[in-house]
Design a protein around this ligand. Structure first.
Ligand code: FHN
Length: 418
């Protein structure tokens, strides 16, 4: 098989959608607030299963339009979508024959995953699913629900072989090509079962990627911790899952969305370290996300429409010998071009941005946004063995959030060691 990770490594930016019954309480249950993510409400407030299940009788997202998400994701510059097919609460957002606890037994009664899959196929978007493999608060034998079910009586394998594996098979056989499957919270799951799960995925769809949270490094790519950007760059495939506010599921109370500049900064930092940013939205019980969060992503999408070349198909640049005080660098290997993401714009003439330690000859420097040429100077001081490279920016900052400059090199990037 050709490099099955290529699409993922080139994609750089994806949309995560956490959606399920938890969107209805939106973080609040009978006057009590869910302490962390709203999707953890049932467990954190120990809501009895019989009560939580009644939410299914109310689930009716009449405003849901899968094309809204897929078309928006395209405009937002995202290259894949990961939707929660089943989160920890155990409720399937699709037509499963394995359990009655699904969207088919709600007033809505339509398969959400099918609609996303079809819209993605029609719009040329890579469709992916999230599946909580270890925790399932509805199943007496799965991990997580210790208030309805006695932990001492749990037989995990009964859940694993009767619900988890069959449901994963359904997802991988009934919805066309799945770009990747996103497992989560493997906790103490035995390695052999994690391997079996990954094998089932690859038997059903050899090209489908398995994420790192299948456990034990068995996945096809790695995951950073939630909302955490690794300190060091690495150019194997990895992904940073991130929230737009402080929760994954919809919240009635939290509309503290990151500003576009903050999203952009996170995206460039993740991509500059060689990874992908998987940014989350949480639709409400009607199927919509707050307009304010969509606007944030619109703005980032506008920036990407102009500067996307500095993000997609890039890798992290090699380590330069000195800290870079003005921003980040991404690198397109095929085009032997470095992209300088200038966040701290020079304030005084001659508006210099300096990079030490670049050994290549620079052929051309341009402002990515409009292709205009930027003057530059290279020098080498023999006795000190120092390579210096300066560019001279326009006096007026073209983009206060991130001005991108394309630096075309004469060949593969080479960096001085000090
Ligand atoms: O428990 C989940 C959480 O609800 C959410 O799904 C995130 C997404 O990365 N993963 C787990 C916590 O790491």
């Amino acid at each position: 098989m050709k490099d099955k990770l290529k699409w993922f490594k080139d994609a750089k930016y994806g949309l995560f959608i956490h959606w399920g019954l938890y969107a209805i309480p939106g973080g609040e249950w009978e006057g009590r607030l869910a302490p962390h993510g709203t999707e953890w409400l049932m467990r954190n407030l120990q809501v009895p299963l019989a009560d939580y299940k009644k939410l299914a009788e109310r689930f009716n997202p009449v405003d849901f339009d899968p094309y809204y998400y897929v078309r928006k994701a395209k405009r937002w510059g995202m290259k894949y979508i990961v939707v929660t097919a089943k989160h920890h609460d155990g409720f399937a957002m699709y037509d499963t024959k394995v359990s009655d606890y699904s969207v088919m037994n709600t007033p809505y009664g339509k398969d959400i995953i099918r609609q996303f899959a079809d819209a993605c196929a029609a719009e040329g978007m890579t469709f992916c699913v999230y599946y909580s493999q270890m925790q399932d608060w509805e199943d007496p034998n799965a991990d997580g629900n210790t208030w309805d079910f006695d932990p001492a009586k749990k037989e995990f394998k009964r859940y694993f072989y009767n619900k988890c594996i069959p449901q994963v098979k359904e997802l991988l056989t009934n919805y066309g090509p799945i770009g990747l499957i996103w497992f989560d919270t493997p906790y103490e799951m035995p390695k052999a079962l994690c391997q079996e799960l990954a094998d089932v995925v690859h038997e059903c769809q050899p090209a489908c990627l398995v994420n790192g949270r299948v456990g034990y490094g068995i996945g096809d790519y790695r995951q950073a911790a939630d909302n955490s950007i690794p300190r060091f760059a690495r150019n194997d495939a990895w992904e940073c899952p991130m929230t737009l506010n402080a929760t994954w599921g919809y919240s009635h109370r939290d509309s503290d969305f990151k500003a576009p500049s903050a999203v952009l900064e996170n995206l460039v930092r993740v991509v500059g370290k060689g990874g992908n940013l998987l940014l989350n939205v949480g639709p409400d019980e009607y199927g919509k996300i707050p307009e304010a969060s969509a606007q944030v992503l619109d703005t980032v999408g506008e920036w990407l429409a102009v500067n996307g070349k500095s993000i997609y198909n890039t890798v992290s640049a090699p380590d330069f010998p000195y800290l870079i005080p003005w921003g980040e660098i991404t690198y397109n290997e095929e085009e032997t071009t470095l992209f300088f993401h200038i966040k701290k714009y020079p304030t005084r003439a001659p508006y210099q941005v300096h990079l030490a330690g670049l050994k290549n000859r620079v052929e051309k420097v341009t402002l990515l946004a409009d292709g205009s040429e930027i003057p530059f100077k290279q020098s080498y001081e023999t006795a000190r063995d120092e390579c210096r490279f300066n560019i001279f920016m326009p006096a007026v900052c073209p983009d206060a959030d991130d001005t991108v400059v394309a630096v075309k090199l004469d060949g593969k990037v080479e960096v001085q060691k000090i």
